[in-house]
Write a protein that binds this ligand. Structure first.
Ligand code: FAD
Length: 413
């Protein structure tokens, strides 16, 4: 990386340089600019916030309306650190911010918060217009690839290497899923080489693999498994009632995402995780036993189960898939299987498919303003930091909040 400044001759000193134009980077840029810094954002893709736009495809879930203690608790081991970010820029601030951009929020039935049109595109466009209007500069297709000997940051661009020296650098490079959208984790060795401790990336809010029979896959892959409660065997704290999808490889979707850290840890520890599915969370074992004990008459076992339990075809197929036929004829063991169907999960789905990632820059590498203790002048924000949270708006909220904290601190340099 030695030599002359790049083809455009850019080697100016920018007060705050933000690398990564996802929600965390853009919020850091906005905050630093509003605090009076001159701000440049460099992004390796040809356009900003591609993952944010994909998040909008399912109805952009910006944040959640639950009370602050419950909210903070979603960040589990990282809660004590995320709490301070949320104190600076919390769910209410995020809702006000969206409203100021012309997108007031609505609360869905589950307490999740969305922009009123449920979309990411219009909100992002309004935000970018405002950022540009306020003087934030952008370079796209600029991939940060390390530090030049001079201390400037080096970027690979279509025109060759460019360098930018900055008083403050905010890295907001994302996690390691959906690499085609830019979050490719290629920055990891750059920080590791500077002695920054990094937790290995792992999929969070991810699908899991199990060995379904060809018959089940053929009949049900892609089908929603509605109104179930999932738990890791032996875990006294099951996930909330919800739904997931049976796939050719295993299970996907919000109910399994909600307990993915525990399942992932069990697989890492024991090579497999035993999932327990409550197929009838609104019915007690006793009522099921009583229903199953009714005389079957001339009906087949399958028809009897369907009639007395009210389970749909997919749930009945899962019972047959996971339990020996003989046990389904016995009311007690059949009711026990309906309330706690064992499914052996063997692996997480690949990290690139995950909604989010655990791992990244360890929290103890960062001071309260999110500056790297070992690299003064460099701040981090967003999913590249080692925290995880379930879906429900908690991911974006922490990305925005950490961007705010880093942007505010970096502008003070
Ligand atoms: C399908 C899907 C749906 C989702 N839905 C929701 C939802 O509804 N609610 C919610 O809260 N969360 C949701 N998420 C998660 C949320 O989108 C992410 O947590 C969030 O985008 C992370 O923000 P970030 O700014 O930290 O990183 P990113 O959004 O990943 O942005 C990082 C940016 O850094 C750039 N970059 C990386 N390396 C370099 C480099 N070397 N040089 C220059 N630029 C670089 C990348 O190109 C990227 O643009 C969803 C995720 C997915 C995949």
């Amino acid at each position: 990386m030695k030599g002359q400044p790049g083809p455009s001759g850019i080697d100016a000193t920018h007060h705050v340089l933000v690398v990564g134009a996802g929600p965390a980077g853009l919020m850091a840029a906005e905050t630093a600019r509003r605090a009076g810094a001159s701000v440049t954002v460099c992004e390796q893709m040809a356009s900003p916030a591609r993952k944010f736009l994909i998040a909008g495809k399912g109805g952009l879930n910006l944040t959640h309306s639950e009370d602050v203690e419950a909210f903070v608790g979603r960040y589990r081991e990282a809660a004590h650190r995320v709490r301070t970010w949320l104190a600076a820029f919390g769910p209410a601030d995020l809702r006000q911010w969206a409203s100021d951009l012309g997108y007031p929020t609505v609360i869905g039935s589950s307490g999740r918060v969305f922009p009123h049109d449920y979309k990411a595109g219009p909100l992002l466009r309004a935000w970018l217009r405002r950022l540009r209007h306020e003087g934030v500069r952008f370079h796209f297709q600029w991939r940060w690839c390390g530090w030049h000997d001079s201390g400037a940051l080096a970027f690979a661009t279509p025109a060759g290497e460019e360098r930018i020296r900055a008083d403050a650098v905010i890295l907001a490079l994302g996690g390691m899923s959906w690499a085609k959208l830019g979050s490719d984790g290629r920055w990891l060795p750059l920080l590791a080489a500077r002695g920054i401790a990094l937790a290995p990336f792992a999929p969070s809010n991810c699908g899991f693999e199990c060995a379904w029979s060809a018959h089940l896959v053929e009949r049900h892959a892609g089908s929603p498994l509605k109104s179930v409660r999932l738990a890791l065997a032996g875990d006294p704290d099951p996930g909330p009632k919800g739904e997931c999808v049976v796939t050719a490889h295993g299970l996907e979707g919000s109910a399994i995402y909600a307990i993915s850290p525990r399942l992932r840890a069990a697989i890492a520890r024991e090579g497999r995780a035993e999932l327990r599915i409550d197929l009838a969370p609104d019915r007690s074992s006793e009522t099921l036993v009583a229903a199953l004990a009714k005389p079957r008459g001339k009906r087949t076992l399958g028809e009897h189960l369907r009639r007395v339990t009210g389970l749909d075809r997919l749930k009945l197929s899962l019972l047959h898939e996971c339990m020996p036929r003989a046990s389904l004829g016995d009311p007690d063991s059949c009711a026990a299987a309906i309330k706690s169907l064992p499914v052996s999960l063997t692996a997480t789905r690949p990290i690139d498919e995950a909604i989010s990632c655990a791992g990244g820059v360890r929290l103890d590498e960062l001071d309260d303003g999110l500056q790297l203790r070992r690299l003064p002048g460099v701040w981090c924000a967003g999913e590249m930091i080692d925290w995880e949270a379930p879906t429900g708006g908690y991911l974006l909220t922490a990305c925005f909040a950490s961007g705010f904290v880093a942007g505010r601190a970096a502008a003070r340099t």
